[in-house]
Design a protein around this ligand. Sequence first.
Ligand SMILES: [Zn+2]
Length: 117
Amino acid sequence: MAGTNAIRGTRVGSSAVRWNESPTDRSESIARRTVGYWCCNGHHTEQTFAAEIAPPALWDCPRCGQPAGPDEANPPARPQAEPYKTHLAYVKERRSDEDGAAILAEALQRVRARRGE
Ligand SMILES: [Zn+2]
């Protein structure tokens, strides 16, 4: 049988990975510190860093994307440009509610005209 030799030597279970070695055993040998960050929306996140490096002064809040700082009482200010503003928020900025109602009425008229109502 031709294929027999190709798989000889590949023994299942002889992998170098030792599955019973707990991954926490290794990481605990590295000194770490956990730093809490708070954003201007009151979200709290904790990040763990190696003890020998200085933790960054700012961290992006994983929940809202705002900058977060280690001082809970004094979180960093919201930046001027709000990258997470929705398209609707931009539209609302440009148009008043009255404008919106007029545009909607106009659009409805056009739809009705197309339907022949
Ligand atoms: Zn946040």
